[in-house]
Design a protein around this ligand. Structure first.
Ligand code: SAH
Length: 459
């Protein structure tokens, strides 16, 4: 199974920075079902190609080597080691997760830019027409060639496999996310059992562009192997109206689990901000500004600032906030800025309240001390609100691949005990008290999916 990505232009060796894989050193990765290799067959100023090769052991697959996840899903003789399938998608997220998030400290501008990129996939099941329907609306030029069988096998008819090449002027992160979502669409099988968690994965990798894709329904049905319940939920989420509904008194009777976890989180955090009495708030690691948008609507708040390290997220935030057509009053209330929570930055100080929502788990453990000082010491916020996943709750997601966390970019996830210990350490070190609570449906053994700490500065 082989995927190559070619970058043409100037200083194309920088592809190595963007992919976080050194072009002058081949690398090997252990996957559940075999090995993956990353190497660069060509490196030059004007053209650089990275190759990702998977070496899957068909016998291990049949036996379900590590745990029962693959057990019984495959026959002894199968095409899995040779064709592009969900294995390749899983390898892409495991090996290029930072690149998929569009992050590159050394070449951020390049990561945010559209580049001339070509991806080639060798042996994927599909017809030329279908590949065009899937990739052309995303702006790619598509070309395919048939895998030709040796003459002596001619009685077997045509091979169902093709080699696929897509070229376009795209951000590398977008190309990787397109491949991640779309490769399994060509296949009738996945190497793991589909669960609800797949919907979140699809949203995080395809949420933006898939909503606009003319073949989105077909893509989603195929992605979920025609399992209607998952496909319908995903289609609903993709097409749901963007503004986040507030849970007002009139619709309080909506059963809790029907309101998405994300909405519950936003609502709970907004209430905690207001309850703290804050008049100014900074949303640190704001992403697309889902929370900021709600905070902006609150009369109690006269100043709302949103910070993220990613220029791309801030661009998306501007669209979500309708920044260009925003009235003057709102614009004066709002400040959007790019910045990192792991570097001291004077602009983060002077707010009554700091919200750090689903961010801490994205910080490299080595950088956590710097993050802690910025958030709890230098910002001088009277109230700090942190939310983070509760790792124990992952048990309730039927399937999270072995060794993986809830999202690709998470550096760690905390159990309730881990979070409590960390919070106590923070209180002791920086002079805060904390109230810990859960957000989302509670499981009697594993708690709630999200945990929240509201830290109040001791006076
Ligand atoms: N708070 C948002 C986004 C959460 S996703 C929400 O709840 O919807 C995590 C966000 O943290 C991403 O947008 C990512 O770009 C940002 N992030 C990760 N590391 C960061 C850092 N060091 N400094 C600032 N932002 C960071």
């Amino acid at each position: 199974m082989l995927l190559t990505i070619t970058y043409t232009g100037n200083d194309t060796q920088d592809l190595g920075y963007l992919l976080h894989k050194n072009p002058y050193r081949s690398q090997e990765f252990d996957l559940n079902s075999g090995k993956a290799y990353v190497f660069y067959p060509e490196v030059s100023d004007h053209k650089t190609t990275m190759a990702l090769m998977l070496d899957i052991n068909p016998i291990d697959l049949v036996k379900g080597k590590k745990g029962a996840e693959n057990n019984g899903l495959f026959d002894y003789v199968n095409d899995r080691p040779y064709t592009a399938t969900s294995f390749l998608s899983t390898a892409i997220t495991r090996i290029f997760s930072t690149a998929m998030n569009g992050r590159c400290d050394k070449r951020q501008q390049l990561a945010d830019s559209k580049l001339d990129l070509t991806a080639r996939i060798y042996a994927i099941q599909g017809k030329d027409e279908f590949t065009r329907k899937i990739f052309e609306p995303l702006g790619y030029t598509v070309s395919t060639s048939k895998t030709v069988l040796d003459e002596k096998f001619s009685e077997w008819g045509e091979s169902p496999y093709i080699d696929l090449e897509i070229s376009g002027n795209v951000r590398l992160a977008d190309l990787l996310n397109h491949l991640y979502v779309l490769i399994p669409v060509f296949d009738k099988q996945k190497h793991y059992l589909i669960s609800e968690d797949e919907i979140d994965k699809l949203m995080s990798h395809g949420g933006e562009w898939l909503a606009e894709h003319p073949a989105k329904k077909e893509i989603i049905y195929r992605y979920f192997l025609m399992k209607k319940s998952y496909a319908h939920t995903a289609i609903d989420r993709l097409t749901e109206n963007e503004p986040v509904e507030e849970v007002t008194d009139e619709n309080k009777e909506i059963p809790e689990k029907k309101i998405s976890l994300n909405r519950q989180r936003l609502e709970t955090v907004k209430n905690a901000v207001l309850a703290s009495g804050a008049e100014s708030v900074i949303d640190l690691g704001c992403g697309e500004c889902r929370l900021t948008k709600i905070l902006l609507e609150q009369k109690q708040l006269r100043k709302v600032t949103a910070v993220d390290v990613s220029a791309h997220e801030l661009e998306k935030a501007k669209t979500r906030l309708h920044y260009d057509t925003m009235n003057e009053h709102r614009k004066n209330k709002l400040t959007l800025m790019q910045g990192s929570l792991t570097y001291r930055d004077k602009r983060f100080s002077g707010y009554d309240c700091a919200c750090v929502i689903e961010v801490v788990e994205h910080i490299e453990p080595l950088r956590l001390p710097a993050f802690e000082r910025n958030v709890f010491e230098f910002s001088e916020a009277k109230t700090v609100i942190i939310t983070t996943p509760n790792k124990e709750y992952n048990q309730n997601y039927e399937f999270i691949p072995e060794g993986q966390l809830r999202h690709n970019d998470h550096r760690f996830e905390w159990t309730r005990e881990d979070f409590k210990k960390w919070s106590e350490y923070i209180c002791e070190k920086f002079g805060y008290t904390v109230q810990i609570s859960g957000i989302g449906e509670e499981d009697s053994n594993y708690g709630t999916p999200t945990q929240m700490g509201v830290f109040t500065k001791c006076v």
